[in-house]
Write a protein that binds this ligand. Structure first.
Ligand SMILES: NC(=O)c1ccc[n+]([C@@H]2O[C@H](COP(=O)([O-])OP(=O)(O)OC[C@H]3O[C@@H](n4cnc5c(N)ncnc54)[C@H](OP(=O)(O)O)[C@@H]3O)[C@@H](O)[C@H]2O)c1
Length: 352
């Protein structure tokens, strides 16, 4: 079978397609004939050699943490009734960028009626982490929620979840195409964080002042995309009550600065090169609850439970993954290059 393999740490070109022997299903395992494989931003960082303290990949390795396809073969002790079924599964430890993937039978999730295989794959990581960080933040109706990297695979889900919870959503991303997408998915305001004053504009729009004084409801009537607020009543605050920071770095730092007293801040993203730098003393002073990437390291059973929930939500039409672009397996390196160039919206998948 063909796999896209990382042979050394480096740029997208180190991800090359090669032939390896077909896998066998060990007892308790199944082999999936992969049709769709997920990609994640963090996989581009790991490929570059980043985060070796968190991730241990021995070279060469095949990236990819989630796949969808048909069960091709089952190992000893596995019900043969699985063969031919359309499933998605997490491939903990990689191995997803491949024509075939081996997973334990417990990892299999049948694709629910009404949901496409690609959509199901798109939700397996983003939906799980998205629901985990969203649940932990306890978003209440009329609170202001700021989402950075709002047009990414997980960002688009967080925009929808916050909107559905009755919150007011401030989406931050780069460029009109991404801001328009966030707006279409339910954002009340959409701000480009490559503009130097973006955080101050979010602070003002969410009713805050730069003196951290109590509520000032001078929300602007437009953003640079021309999108106006949707008119929900804001609760008292001095900036966003909840921040889901998928960008990290300088964007995350600015987002933390405008987080309301008593707010919740999820620092789960680091595509800008590092997680949001947060001074714990300052967080304590402002009573901001900070949760990091360590809080979304979930046990397999919990991941599966959240994945099934995400799939059920999507099948019922309550949450929609946005598949912005797909690449064939042979062009996995182009997929990585596109993700790194920020030239993608929503989810990027490999179609095999
Ligand atoms: N998906 C998951 O399961 C999961 C789990 C744990 C952590 N995370 C982290 O959460 C973050 C957001 O995830 P996601 O799935 O919504 O996003 P994504 O699809 O992985 O895309 C990354 C996003 O980061 C933004 N970005 C900001 N600065 C960037 C930079 N310097 N280079 C490249 N992109 C940059 C890009 O949008 P702009 O061009 O608009 O800035 C892009 O939308 C990522 O850091 C990811 O590693 C995700």
């Amino acid at each position: 079978m063909r796999v896209a393999q990382v042979t050394r740490f480096g740029g997208p070109e180190v991800l090359v397609t090669t032939e390896v022997p077909d896998p066998m299903a060990a007892p308790g395992d199944v082999v999936i004939d992969v049709s769709v494989a997920d990609t994640l931003f963090v996989e581009t960082q790991i490929r570059k050699g980043w985060g070796r303290e968190f991730f241990s990949f021995e070279l060469p390795y095949v990236p990819g943490g989630a796949v969808g396809g048909q069960v091709l073969a089952v190992g000893e002790g596995v019900d043969r009734g699985w063969v031919g079924r359309s499933v998605v599964a997490s491939t903990s430890g990689g191995g997803g960028y491949a024509e075939q993937a081996v997973v334990p039978v417990e990892a299999l999730i049948p694709v629910p009626e009404g949901l496409g295989l690609a959509e199901a794959v798109a939700l397996l990581s983003d939906g799980v982490t998205g629901l985990a960080v969203f649940d932990a933040a306890g978003v209440k109706p009329n609170e202001w929620v700021l989402i950075t990297a709002a047009a990414g695979g997980m960002g688009v889900l967080l925009v929808q979840l916050a909107h559905a919870a009755g919150a007011r959503v401030a989406a931050a991303a780069r460029g009109k195409r991404k801001l328009d997408l966030a707006w279409e998915l339910g954002a009340d305001i959409a701000v480009d964080y490559t503009e130097p004053d973006w955080a101050e504009r979010v602070r003002k729009a969410t009713g805050g002042t730069n003196a951290d004084s109590p509520t000032d409801h001078n929300a602007p009537d437009h953003t640079e995309t021309g999108h106006t607020g949707r008119g929900r009543e804001a609760v008292g605050h001095t900036g966003p009550n909840v921040v889901f920071d998928g960008a990290g770095g300088e964007v995350g730092r600015a987002a933390f600065e405008i987080t309301a007293h008593g707010g919740r801040f999820s620092a789960h993203g680091a595509p800008s090169g590092g997680f949001s730098p947060i001074d714990p003393d300052e967080a304590r002073r402002r009573r901001v609850t900070v949760r990091g990437i360590q809080h979304v390291q979930l046990a397999p059973a919990e991941r599966k439970r959240l994945a099934e929930r995400a799939l059920a939500e999507a099948a019922a039409g309550r949450m929609k993954p946005v598949i912005g672009q797909t690449f064939p397996l042979d062009r996995a390196s182009d997929a990585h290059a596109a993700i790194e160039s920020r030239d993608v919206v929503g989810k990027t998948l490999l179609v095999i």
